[in-house]
Design a protein around this ligand. Structure first.
Ligand SMILES: [Zn+2]
Length: 309
């Protein structure tokens, strides 16, 4: 979730996996924490609760500390000035290479403006805080909330890929017979997952249970080498090329990278393609989204188990 945050706030509450997806990631991670990590995470989140004055967007949060923590970072982007921490615009079509040109180090807010940083530098920054016993519990709880959220975001392919379109935010697309035109980013943030859950008649908790069980066999290979942020970013980026953009009909042409793309112009160009999400696209995308959510859950657990072995 990023640019279209405000307009999505006005959308029906059923839209936005950013509640469902993030909460599932947290619920799955929680089951795979070692006892030490689970105790530490629980103690930290309990002793340093979310400021009650923060407006929480996700209303149906399961009664679970980690699930509740998972969406805090989206609710506080503005006051915390951390909007840039949630993504990284790797150009569509880019092969493996240096990530540094696309990611600024985390910096302070200057004159109330946004802090610098991208999802990679922000993850490293917050992980360092969590590892540092000299940091206050308040700072470490905040860092933990960022980790729980950003590991989820990192596994949404459009949070690590863009085609001069702000991670698909500037790509109009018709989602089945929805009366309002959607955009590719929101389709991947929530619409596909919500349709998937509705078809399976699953709640957030039930879906997390199912996914955890279904993907158990693959899970070991996802965390074999510990925390590998860069590798995980490339994985998501490849999925964006292959499925998110790759399975669109017609295909959107791959553009040359622009540092400050024009969203309006992009919307007009992509709008002329009359893109649609139909049964076929849903059938290809839903399993990818499911797997990314479980992966994020297992990997988040791995990170926290490394902090509290
Ligand atoms: Zn986010």
């Amino acid at each position: 979730m990023r640019i279209l945050f405000l307009s999505l706030m006005l959308a029906p509450p059923a839209w936005g996996w950013w509640c469902e997806g993030h909460e599932m990631v947290a619920l799955i991670a929680e089951r795979h924490l070692n006892p030490n990590a689970l105790a530490a995470v629980t103690a930290l989140l309990k002793s340093q609760p979310v400021d009650p004055s923060v407006q929480r967007f996700c209303k149906d949060i399961p009664k679970d500390l980690m699930a509740d923590a998972s969406t805090w970072a989206d609710d506080t982007k503005k006051p915390e000035q951390t909007g840039t921490w949630h993504y990284m615009d790797l150009p569509l079509g880019m092969k493996r290479g240096e990530l540094a040109p696309y990611c600024q180090p985390v910096g302070p807010s200057v004159n109330g403006g946004a802090r610098t940083g991208c999802i990679l530098s922000a993850l490293r920054y917050n992980l360092n805080i969590l590892h540092d016993d000299k940091e206050s519990d308040g700072e470490r709880a905040k860092a933990l909330r960022y980790l729980i959220h950003l590991v989820g975001d990192m596994h949404q392919p459009l949070h690590t890929t863009a085609n001069n379109d702000q991670g698909g935010n500037c790509v109009p697309i018709q989602f089945f017979s929805e009366p309002k035109t959607a955009n590719l980013h929101s389709v991947w943030d929530g619409m596909i997952l919500n349709r998937d859950m509705a078809a399976k008649a699953r709640t957030i908790t039930q879906m997390a249970d199912d996914l955890d069980r279904e993907y158990q066999k693959q899970a070991e290979s996802w965390t074999k080498h510990g925390t590998e942020f860069e590798k995980w970013i490339w994985e998501g980026h490849r999925l964006a090329q292959k499925v998110t953009y790759g399975d669109l009909q017609p295909r959107i042409p791959v553009e040359a990278y622009e540092e400050h793309p024009d969203c309006k112009a992009e919307s007009a160009k992509d709008g002329a393609l009359h893109l649609r999400v139909d049964e076929e696209y849903q059938r290809k995308a839903a399993p990818v989204i499911e797997e990314q959510i479980v992966k994020a859950g297992y990997r988040l657990a791995e990170i926290l188990n490394e902090v509290w072995p």
